[in-house]
Ligand binder design. Structure first.
Ligand code: DGT
Ligand code: MG
Ligand code: MG
Ligand code: MG
Ligand code: MG
Length: 268
């Protein structure tokens, strides 16, 4: 087919191919969720409906897009890790990032009702995205550890803050004042001695966030089979199925990675 004289404009596109061998991480973050949470009366500090909807949307991203080996989410953010050998969309950063962001956003709206019931979605939410490349398992694990440490720091602060307000009768300004300069140990102590709350027994979903990985499960299905004699018989068939499994556990230490050795590829 003859090319039009306009064809040259294609050359204005810049190359954004992600470096080979690197894990490609796409992190999404809710746009202005401070306001979104207020307007949709999210419970403080954690709204399980909102967290469930984030996880449902992330599951849809993993199921609909190729090559995501692990995802980690907390608050209004989710990180998706593409396997380092992925060639999906020729590793073009903009394609990967926009597919993740749009699949996630449409899922967030699509599944809203499953989590919020009749409470209306007041306006269309948006999510920003960024792409970061990590060249080694060590760097990738440090990235995920960084997000989980962030989850812990924020959740501990928010848990004490809202306990001081909701149960201690402090104003938000007083609670902020009270927590100024306190260390983690001080915050644990306030919860324990003043409110009888052991932070370590607070829900793991809130303390650890949500990690999604693929897990193989043997599934046994009973099928009715017709025998040559015309007689029917129930036959058990076992097949291995891949499904997205959610975990709310520590991913900073070794245990999780030892228990799931297939998530990361070898460094060499
Ligand atoms: P951004 O990301 O710069 O557009 O602005 P924000 O407002 O999204 O800020 P960000 O992402 O740093 O912080 C997340 C906000 O979302 C934070 O204000 C608290 C809110 N949020 C997230 N999850 C929950 C929840 O479960 N309950 C409540 N009440 N708020 C939540
Ligand atoms: Mg932000
Ligand atoms: Mg945000
Ligand atoms: Mg955020
Ligand atoms: Mg097209």
């Amino acid at each position: 087919m003859a090319k039009s004289k306009f064809e040259y404009v294609r050359n204005f596109e810049t190359d954004d191919t992600c470096l080979r061998n690197c894990y490609i991480v796409v992190r999404l973050d809710g746009r202005n969720f401070h306001k979104f949470a207020e307007q949709h009366t999210f419970t403080k500090p954690n709204d399980n409906r909102a967290l469930g909807l984030m996880t449902r949307s992330a599951r849809s991203v993993m199921e609909e897009l190729e090559d995501i080996v692990i995802a980690y989410g907390q608050s209004d953010e989710f990180s998706f890790v593409f396997k380092r050998t992925s060639t999906w969309f020729k590793r073009r950063a903009s394609k990967l990032m926009t597919h993740v962001a749009s699949q996630f956003s449409s899922s967030y709206v699509f599944y809203w009702k499953e989590f919020f019931g009749e409470q209306p979605l007041l306006y269309p939410p948006g999510f920003d995205g960024r792409v970061v490349l990590y060249p080694s398992n060590h760097n990738l694990r440090d990235y995920l550890s960084w997000r989980q440490a962030d989850c812990h720091i924020n959740n501990l602060y928010n848990t004490v803050f809202w306990t001081l307000v909701q149960k201690g009768g402090l104003t938000t300004a007083q609670a902020e004042d009270r927590l100024k300069g306190t260390l983690a140990a001080d915050k644990n102590e306030i919860l324990f001695s003043e409110f009888d709350i052991n932070y370590n027994t607070e829900p793991a979903l809130h303390r650890k966030g949500t990690t999604l990985i693929w897990e193989k499960r043997d599934e046994t299905v009973i099928k009715r089979k017709k025998l040559p004699s015309g007689e029917e018989k129930d036959v058990a068939a076992t097949r291995s199925r891949r499904r997205v499994q959610a975990h709310h556990c520590d991913i900073i230490g070794e245990q999780f990675w030892e228990e799931h050795p297939d998530v990361l590829e070898d460094d060499n």
